[in-house]
Design a binder for this molecule. Structure first.
Ligand code: TRP
Length: 530
């Protein structure tokens, strides 16, 4: 099937083009905006270490699941799951049954909204089995992009402010006031949000090779160049070393269980995992590429970008004695104040926002591409119609986020609906979208993907896919039983090492990642205290 459809589907023009596009998806506001502020709030070095552990234990294995699933099926996430799902899957029925029973239970306790939702979900799982995971991924794309592009809109707005010299604050109080004023200005937020959506749509409009790949090849090297320039500036400030040491010296007394969960959720978000973005990008990869090395490279570049962003920001923050735990506004509040105290400050701030815009753009296009690919494959739409339709819907959804940034005041009806469905609500629609996607949909999507690849498609099928272009990866012995590679014809060959990469990977996706994510969930819903 894959050979048959490979002819028609558009593919990346080169291996490096694919790596840059995928790294572009991974490197985004998550690295440059979110990673520094959650590191600042959670004690610096120790949190960084935790985050690195999550990246290795869960990030790399799940990345390989998504890429191989995409390349094997040559489909969008919905089609990918549908192509491999067997006629009957006991595991899916079991999960469906649990969900239906929970739904009934909730109805009995008069929680009608969530109860009905779970019933619906359970029935969908009975009917469509694992395909539901792909479908949920595409929906998650809508959810994330709608609030992501609002934040990206602030970045563009702040860039213009910096150009006009509108960011020369004396202290953080002034900067905070300006941030609150700007983000409270609905037309400012909506204007730049729509502008950003338009930019994403323009790139995706051009297609895989002459849109996404071409722009990634230009923008990603530029992004790293800008990052280095800003780091050079930041590290040569007097007193900068305090910032470096904050980032690199772990103090484990500062680690809380909330920090562990944040690190886990962020690992998914920053690597664009859990909703099929990498499945979609994987479906454009040729059989010649080495998916193992590609995954390592993408994850490595993403981690590098996060650490570099930390090195760009914390030295500046500490050099001017600012607090590192400024929260989501860290970059918007602190950076202009800090930079204002050095020559050409406005220039550096503007440069920084250009950098953030580039990062956001290459991530935004990957989110849009998931939806577009699904519409193209499943509804047989043309690319242009799909871009137009999904871009408009997401832009409208984003407008709702923009009018409800820190309170529900403007959306009382929606607030009531969501509160009746999900119980205790977030403080705004923006918050709701962020919370439901990063804390729930992505980890759940990642959990289901690794269970699906490890137990339903089977490690053996996946490894056979990865073997194309990566034969060193897959020759197996002893551990084959535990990892599900028992029937592999190579597993008995005595000249191979006992432990192979494929076997380790199998164990990770079958046991380690699912268990780790499940523990995090049990903790999140309060059933388990770590
Ligand atoms: N990874 C991007 C960031 O760090 C955001 C992103 C792009 C994303 N595509 C995604 C997150 C798909 C989850 C899923 O900013």
């Amino acid at each position: 099937m894959s050979e048959h459809s490979e002819g028609k589907r558009e593919h990346w023009g080169s291996g490096i083009g694919f790596i840059l596009a995928a790294a572009g998806s991974a490197i985004g506001l998550g690295n440059i905006w979110k990673f520094p502020y959650i590191t600042g709030e959670n004690g610096g070095g120790a949190f960084v270490l935790l985050y690195l552990v999550c990246i290795c234990v869960i990030g790399i294995p799940v990345m390989m699941c998504e890429l191989s699933l995409g390349r094997h099926t040559q489909r969008n996430p919905i089609g990918a799951f549908r192509a491999i799902t067997p006629k009957t899957s006991l595991l899916a029925h079991l999960i469906g049954l649990c969900i239906v029973l929970t739904g009934f239970g909730l109805l009995c306790f008069q929680n009608y909204g969530l109860g009905a939702l779970l019933l619906l979900l359970g029935v969908a799982i009975f009917r469509y089995s694992w395909t539901v995971v792909g479908f949920a991924g595409v929906l998650t794309g809508f959810v994330i992009l709608s609030y992501y592009s609002v934040v990206a809109g602030w970045v563009i707005g702040y860039f213009f402010k910096a150009l006009r010299g509108g960011l020369d604050f004396k202290n953080t109080t002034e900067a905070v006031a300006e941030f609150t004023r700007s983000t409270g200005d609905v037309s400012w937020c909506i204007g730049f949000h729509v502008f950003f959506m338009f930019a994403c749509a323009m790139v995706v409009w051009g297609g895989v090779k002459s849109g996404i790949e071409r722009w990634s090849k230009i923008l990603m090297p530029l992004l790293f160049l800008l990052l280095y320039v800003i780091i050079l500036r930041s590290m040569t400030l007097p007193g900068a070393m305090k910032g470096v040491s904050f980032l690199l010296s772990p103090d484990f007394s500062k680690i809380s269980s909330r920090g562990v969960l944040l690190a886990l959720g962020h690992a998914f978000f920053t690597l664009s995992l859990g909703m099929g973005a990498m499945t979609t990008y994987g479906s454009y990869v040729s059989k010649k590429e080495n998916l193992f090395i590609s995954s390592l490279t993408i994850v490595g570049l993403d981690t590098l970008a996060a650490l570099l962003a930390g090195l760009a920001i914390f030295p500046a923050v500490f050099a001017f004695n600012q607090a590192p735990d400024g929260g989501p506004g860290l970059i918007f509040h602190v950076l202009p104040v800090v930079m204002n105290q050095i020559p050409l400050g406005g220039f550096w701030v503007a440069l920084f926002f250009v950098l953030m815009f580039i990062a956001a753009l290459t991530s935004g296009i990957s989110l849009l591409e998931v939806v577009v690919a699904a519409l193209m494959d499943e509804m047989k739409m043309s690319r242009h119609l799909a871009v137009l339709l999904s871009g408009t819907v997401i832009a409208l959804l984003g407008c709702l986020c923009a009018v409800s940034l820190d309170s529900w005041d403007r959306l009382p009806a929606l607030h009531q609906l969501l509160q009746q469905t999900f119980g205790v609500g977030q403080s705004s629609f923006f918050d709701f979208m962020d919370n439901i996607s990063s804390n729930w949909l992505l980890p759940l999507g990642g959990l289901m993907t690794s269970l699906f690849v490890g137990w339903i498609w089977g490690t053996r099928g996946a490894v056979n896919e990865i073997r194309h272009g990566a034969d060193n990866f897959a020759d197996v012995h002893l551990m084959s039983l535990l990892s599900g590679l028992r029937e592999d014809p190579h597993h008995n060959n005595p000249q191979y090492h006992v432990l192979t990469l494929a076997a380790i990977w199998g164990i990770f996706i079958r046991f380690v990642s699912p268990v780790a994510i499940t523990i995090a969930f049990l903790h999140l819903i309060g059933w388990m205290k770590i």
